[in-house]
Design a protein around this ligand. Structure first.
Ligand SMILES: Nc1ncnc2c1ncn2[C@@H]1O[C@H](COP(=O)(O)OP(=O)(O)OP(=O)(O)O)[C@@H](O)[C@H]1O
Ligand SMILES: [Mg+2]
Length: 309
């Protein structure tokens, strides 16, 4: 349904999207995960025909998003990261505005707007100005606006930022409902637990590149039963990394700056052995972390950075 090949976007000499490729099957929820500035919004804006790429090719249902934007637009719904709503207008008037753009008129228009308000549970606030809404209510209305023309593909850019827990759950359940109805969804977030719950496959992005792409389960499987990270004086890093490879249950040990990272099948037996190893090599541990396998830890493992610092 979505095909991205060698996509590049530059600002000046800075490639903020640097040759990325992925495809999304019909009915799939695909997650783009990454920290601030990774390039998620840039990618989604290109896919939504709002931004021109500097290289590569992107097609949706076989239509090129740059050369055939007019064929693409009716098929896609876009829920932007920055709310696209008129604050002084009511929820009803906001949705009427978007419905009119897509050619709804008269009774079909008011029926569509009312069913959309029902869908996001805002019928009882239909005639209040949007500026009186909570963050979660605005987000829900923004989603209704993106869906007003019954698109086949939906782009959701960080739909749960600044949202209360109740609206957050509502949004999750709604996304799951859309998936059951067969919609193809591209979802960006920097909350790994959301991606674990919702996405069939995820691409982990950083600095405009895809570092890993797979199902959440397979990505988490990269970490076996857990990850141990030990920070050491830099001259001790190579010797401890080498020794760690021979410790019990260790699958992989490598270094990342002044950290030795160890993937293990049994953290509880690897840990004391690691402490003995450091002791034997006179390597003073500056910090030691044991992390359970989840997408957050996968990200740390791949980039050496936490998603939210
Ligand atoms: N119009 C622009 N001019 C120059 N640089 C830009 C422009 N738009 C985005 N960038 C840069 O491109 C990079 C990627 O930005 P983008 O908004 O795509 O990231 P993101 O992954 O969506 O981040 P966030 O999680 O903060 O939303 C950033 O370094 C940003 O500063
Ligand atoms: Mg963004």
């Amino acid at each position: 349904m979505i095909d991205v090949r060698g996509l590049i976007k530059r600002y000046g000499s800075n490639a903020v999207v640097n040759n990325i490729s992925f495809s999304v099957a019909e009915g799939e929820i695909f997650g783009l995960l990454g920290p601030n500035g990774a390039g998620k919004t840039t990618v989604i804006s290109i896919l939504a025909t709002l931004l021109h790429p500097d290289g590569g090719a992107v097609s949706i249902s076989g239509y090129d998003v740059t050369r055939q934007a007019n064929r693409v637009k009716p098929m896609i719904g876009f829920v932007p990261q920055d709310l696209a709503l008129y604050p002084t207008l009511s929820a009803f008037d906001n949705l009427s505005f978007f419905a009119r753009i897509y050619g709804f008129k008269g009774k079909a228009l008011s029926d569509k707007v009312e069913s959309s308000l029902d869908m996001v549970d805002l019928r009882n606030r239909a005639h209040d100005a949007v500026q009186t809404f909570s963050g979660g209510m605005k987000r829900r209305l923004n989603i209704a606006a993106g869906l007003i023309h019954d698109p086949r593909v939906l782009f959701l850019d960080e739909p749960t930022v600044a949202v209360d827990p109740q609206s957050r759950n509502f949004i999750f359940e709604h996304v799951e409902k859309l998936k059951r109805a067969g919609m193809t969804i591209l979802y960006t977030t920097h909350y790994m637990e959301e991606a674990e719950r919702l996405c069939d496959r995820v691409a982990i992005m950083d600095h405009g590149e895809i570092l890993a792409l797979d199902t959440p389960k397979k990505l988490i499987g990269l970490l076996a039963s857990g990850l141990i990270r030990v920070k050491l004086p830099s001259d001790k890093v190579p010797v401890v990394a080498a020794g760690a490879r021979d410790l019990p249950h260790v699958r992989e040990a490598s270094s990342q700056d002044d950290v030795v990272k160890i993937v293990t099948d049994d953290p509880l037996s690897t840990l004391p052995a690691l402490i003995r190893l450091c002791d034997a090599r006179s390597a003073a541990m500056l910090s030691l972390e044991m992390l359970e396998p989840n997408l957050e830890t996968v990200f740390l493992h791949l980039t050496g950075k936490r998603l939210r610092e």
